[in-house]
Design a binder for this molecule. Structure first.
Ligand code: ZN
Length: 324
């Protein structure tokens, strides 16, 4: 418990969240997609009374340049054992959000000028999100994904090539899943979460079972922003806020590769704050354990491509000009 508490306090300080952390009980409402019966969600505990008002977390609630940030009201740690599912559009097992609580999620990145703009908007409000990254895109811009992770956001996977996994042979779908985890792990250069979202929110029973066996949490959505359809930033904000008003809370699905989403985000965060909504950050209890055979495969595929540990490919830094 001590470890979790310490981590919570660090998170609290870093995320500019209010002192009072709410403790929510995970409400198990049915089987998980993978059939695991046990509750998987561990709410971050409130600071113990003996910490007193002078505890370190109490002093570090500022957000640089923003006296009244949206912040993060609560950090929840997910035990992904058995592959719990989140997002009521598909998985109705865990109703863990309180009224007016939201989880911000962004799919399909990372891309320059898009993900980076989303990051800046989140940072300005000292709030946190989950990024479900596409492996092939992450392979091209590992430094952006590294920045996402370094900023304290949660990074999950969204397949290698963004294909509909429900329509392909299982072995191919498995490869799409595993390669994306391996590439993302390589891009981040550190731990990433065993969190996964299916492209087009379409799964097959086999892939769902596979993720359950791999202890990967599966995400759908409660509030689909439909931002992939384009439109003006103001219309997007209006649509999300209207949907939130109707549902009262939820996991919001957006795309960090959409320019109007990045443009809309500062206003959306402002309206969330004004509307009394609170952001919950979801983190993983343990990082994804990538499979060595897929690590090797992506290593071969990505020879010469940038990694999180170097800004330039090795062959552009170290070049043989004489001999073999
Ligand atoms: Zn997607």
């Amino acid at each position: 418990m001590r470890t979790i508490l310490t981590k919570t306090l660090i998170a609290t300080a870093a995320l500019c969240s209010p002192l009072a952390l709410h403790v929510a009980q995970a409400q198990q409402m049915g089987p998980t997609p993978g059939g695991a019966p046990q509750p998987q969600l561990e709410a971050a505990p409130a600071p113990s009374p003996q910490m007193g008002p002078e505890a370190p977390a109490a002093k570090q609630t500022e957000c640089p340049g923003n006296p009244n940030p949206l912040g993060v009201s609560r950090v929840v740690e997910i035990d992904t054992t058995g592959g719990p599912g989140f997002g009521f559009q598909h998985y109705k097992s865990y109703d863990f959000l309180n009224p007016k609580e939201v989880v911000l999620t962004f799919d399909d990145g990372p891309l320059p000028n898009r993900t980076t703009a989303v990051l800046a908007a989140l940072n300005a409000e000292c709030t946190k999100a989950i990024f479900f990254s596409v492996g092939k895109v992450a392979a091209g811009y590992p430094e952006i994904l590294r920045d996402v992770a370094k900023a304290g956001h949660t990074v999950g996977a969204h397949t290698m090539l963004h294909k509909d996994l429900s329509k392909m042979p299982f072995e191919e779908a498995k490869s799409e899943i595993e390669k994306s985890f391996s590439v993302i792990h390589r891009a981040v250069g550190g731990p990433s979460a065993p969190f996964f979202r299916f492209p087009f929110l379409r799964h097959s029973p086999e892939t769902l079972k596979y993720l359950a066996d791999r202890n990967v949490a599966v995400f759908s959505t409660d509030i689909d922003s439909f931002d992939f359809k384009g439109g003006k930033p103001a219309a997007l904000v209006k649509r999300i806020m209207a949907s939130l008003q109707k549902h009262g809370k939820g996991i919001i699905l957006m795309h960090d590769i959409q320019p109007h989403t990045a443009a809309a985000l500062p206003e959306l965060l402002k309206q969330l704050k004004a509307g009394g909504y609170k952001v919950v950050q979801m983190t993983a209890k343990a990082p994804i354990q990538t499979l060595p055979e897929y690590d090797e495969l992506v290593q071969k595929d990505m020879q010469g491509m940038p990694t999180a540990l170097s800004d330039r490919p090795m062959n552009s830094v170290v070049k043989t000009i004489s001999g073999q």
